[in-house]
Design a protein around this ligand. Structure first.
Ligand code: ADP
Ligand code: MG
Length: 705
């Protein structure tokens, strides 16, 4: 099977300066000897450029300094003052307090750090401190700093006392942030001068995007006169990060959709129209819009490379089926790859039902087929009797020959590796690709992860669906919850219990699914219970899931393995134990397992509460997956959205996907424009050089199916 070549950027042409002043080893800079150079190396700073890009990680805004004389009890304030005396006080209760008296031009105040006697070693008499904290009343005014920054020590320049923005640099043992600041200040003008000739973003682009030149941005970050100016500097560097990644995405997209010819599917409608007529429901507005986007892609001569994002239950399957029928109308086959056998079987069943009466052959291909069944299916696929093929990764693992593959659909795409996706795409060398995802992720994250794909979003739930009632319960409510479960089971409903871990971890003291399974069994002796977890062999898992789907099991105790796509309409209760251990997006996936039938459904989150309560409340208050994903991203950072599953997430130093959503949009637009105009970046030598320097070999990682 043909594998696509990884995309590697062409080498930089001669036009770009081969060597720059900024490539100088750091030890040739003013104030850096061999010893310093070693310390800087520990921080990963090797060259002059590294030092120039070593920007402050925070700023103290000395422009909002309060004069000590003006401090009043109850105030939150930032002050600057020199230590005039200091010492450690023991208290009767054994707590040791570090105290220092600081002075500015207006007066004195006592500062107190309870429980931090070690500060006595770090703070010296004569040190000039920037302190933020609160003023309280304790034998007079007393300042309780939350943060301190040493601006200067005795006798050192103290021009900061006059105000402005004070940069604080990442430092290391043996090299204080003040020393780093002095080092940078002493070299900055020369470094910026060298950076003037190296801006990878040209005037036109900078103007379009409304961002600063590189040297100006670095200047603004190292010595801003206001926080707003520092932010302008950061914005420029953030834009660059986002833009570079989008350039790589734009290149991959070009490779995927432009370089090889695609199929221009015609709108023949002899299958699509009758199919539409016989659907037992009307399409949602979102489904119609997405079908138009997909239809336009399929009608075009270039290859489709599209991501369909839609919340659990938003109706992606039927959209995929429409697209497959379009291919079949044109004499091609459509293939759908699902992550598990159960899902593949479920899809095949659904499709056969929806296609009833239409002349479309559906074939299922999974590892569960007997050798004879497999042979038959493979034959039907090879000669073209199978118009629609549904399968697991068996589709790519075994030597399956398609007669004429025109469209590839990948369901729950995040469950497959990039390679698996590509392998399926490559089975039809001109085939269109539609990848589907039920993980609603914020748009900025989608553009970062899948920037080379075009994105369609199903953001509307089919009507007439009962909402799932979500309740947040404390451990003490367990008896009530169990009574409720019993009541539901007695009505013939089925129930999920989900646990975060399989085996009891002594440290975390979490209930393990295995153990709880046993205890639930004694509580429901007259009912059928089953256990499913990640360490079970795949076949065993499938067997249990099938039994649950067939209604042979009343209560399914499980770890998160049931997360994906399983459809059991009779299951109406989802109990999540230790809900605080799950991410909101994960909980959302779990909740999507209920509320699939005509009966009212319930999701009960058991949690000891505490700091997680707010998160869980947000979750309980909405069923909108995108809203939940946004909240999750805000609360935990976007890296955690997928847990360990997604590792392809680039780490940004300057960009913040939440804050910089608009900047990202701009970066994507500019990147696509430049790659369209100048695919090999021949007219953008500095950009090409910088891209190489930053991504080098990694460039090829960004090729996504
Ligand atoms: P998902 O996006 O999670 O894969 P499915 O495609 O499995 O969702 O659809 C969930 C359920 O909703 C299915 O039973 C499907 O037949 C039904 N459905 C899909 N579209 C509509 C619609 N427009 N109106 C009513 N029901 C729909
Ligand atoms: Mg689905």
């Amino acid at each position: 099977m043909a594998r696509p070549k990884p995309y590697v950027l062409p080498t930089a042409p001669d036009a770009a300066p081969a060597y720059s002043e900024l490539d100088r080893p750091i030890q040739f800079l003013k104030g850096v000897g061999p010893k310093r150079a070693d310390l800087l190396k520990k921080m990963g700073l090797l060259s002059a450029r590294d030092l120039l890009f070593h920007v402050p990680h925070r700023y103290e805004d000395a422009s909002t300094i309060t004069r000590i004389a003006a401090l009043e009890p109850g105030m939150e304030a930032t002050i600057i003052g020199r230590i005039v005396s200091k010492g450690v006080l023991p208290t009767r209760r054994g707590l040791r307090i570090f105290q220092a008296v600081v002075r500015d031009g207006s007066g004195l105040i006592e500062c107190s750090w309870p429980g931090q006697p070690f500060l006595d070693r770090l703070l010296k008499k004569g040190d000039l401190l920037l302190l933020s904290g609160t003023v309280r009343f304790y034998h007079g005014r007393q300042f309780q700093p939350r943060e301190y920054t040493i601006i200067a020590s005795e006798g050192e320049d103290s021009s900061e006392e006059t105000g402005a923005i004070f940069p604080v640099y990442p430092a290391t043992e043996g090299l204080t942030h003040r020393q780093v600041r002095t080092l940078i200040a002493d070299n900055l003008d020369g470094l910026l001068e060298s950076a003037r000739d190296e801006d990878p973003l040209d005037d036109e682009l900078r103007e379009d995007a409304g961002i600063l030149p590189l040297w100006k941005a670095l200047d603004s970050m190292h010595r801003p006169s206001s926080l707003a100016e520092a932010e302008q500097g950061r914005r420029r560097l953030a834009f660059e990060e986002l833009f570079f990644l989008q350039i790589l995405h734009a290149r991959s997209r070009r490779e995927a959709v432009m370089v090889r010819e695609g199929i221009a599917f015609e709108r023949r409608d002899h299958l699509v129209r009758p199919f539409h007529k016989q659907l037992p429901f009307t399409l949602t507005g979102a489904q119609k819009r997405v079908l138009k986007e997909i239809g336009d892609d399929m009608a075009a001569a270039r290859r489709m490379n599209r991501l369909l994002q839609g919340d659990v239950g938003s109706g992606k399957t039927v959209v995929a089926l429409f697209a497959m029928l379009r291919a079949v109308e044109n004499g091609y086959q459509g293939a759908l790859m699902a992550p598990t056998e159960i899902l593949a079987e479920q899809h095949a069943r659904t499709m056969v039902k929806l296609l009833d009466g239409l002349p479309v052959g559906v074939s299922l291909l999974t590892g569960r087929l007997s050798a004879k069944q497999w042979k038959e299916a493979a034959y039907r696929i090879a000669v073209g009797d199978a118009d629609v093929v549904v399968g697991t990764h068996a589709l790519i693992q075994e030597a399956v020959e398609f007669h004429k593959l025109g469209l590839v659909v990948v369901d729950e795409q995040h469950r497959f590796g990039v390679k698996q996706r590509l392998a399926l795409t490559e089975m039809g060398s001109h085939a269109d690709t539609l990848v589907m995802s039920a993980t609603p992720i914020p748009r900025s994250l989608a553009l970062t992860l899948y920037g080379d794909l075009d994105i369609s979003v199903l953001d509307e739930r089919p009507p007439n669906r009962l909402p799932v009632r979500t309740a947040l319960r404390n451990e003490s409510a367990r008896p009530k919850v169990l009574a409720f479960v019993r009541e539901q089971v007695e009505r013939g409903r089925q129930v999920y219990f989900v646990y975060p871990l399989v085996d009891e971890s002594e440290k975390l003291d979490l209930k393990s699914a295995t153990e709880e399974f046993e205890s639930l069994r004694t509580l429901f002796p007259d009912r059928t219970l089953a256990l499913i977890h990640g360490q079970m062999p795949g076949e065993e898992k499938d067997r249990v899931m099938r039994a649950f789907g067939a209604g042979e099991v009343d209560i399914l105790v499980s770890t998160t393995v049931i997360e994906v796509g399983i459809d059991v309409p009779n299951a109406t209760v989802m109990v999540v134990e230790h809900a605080e251990r799950f991410g909101l997006s994960q909980l959302h996936q779990l909740r999507g397992r209920v509320g699939r039938g005509s009966e009212e459904s319930f999701c009960i989150l058991l949690s000891p509460g505490g700091e997680h309560l707010e998160r869980l409340r947000i979750f309980a208050s909405t069923e909108d997956g995108f809203e939940i994903a946004e909240a999750d991203m805000r609360l935990r950072g976007y890296g955690d959205l997928f847990g360990a599953r997604q590792s392809g997430l680039p780490a940004f130093r300057f960009a913040d996907l939440e804050k910089d959503a608009a900047l990202l949009q701009k970066a994507r637009g500019e990147a696509r424009r430049i790659v369209d105009e100048d695919p090999d970046l021949e007219r953008h030598p500095l950009l090409r050089k910088a891209l190489h320097a930053r991504y080098g070999e990694r460039a090829k990682l960004f090729r996504v199916g």
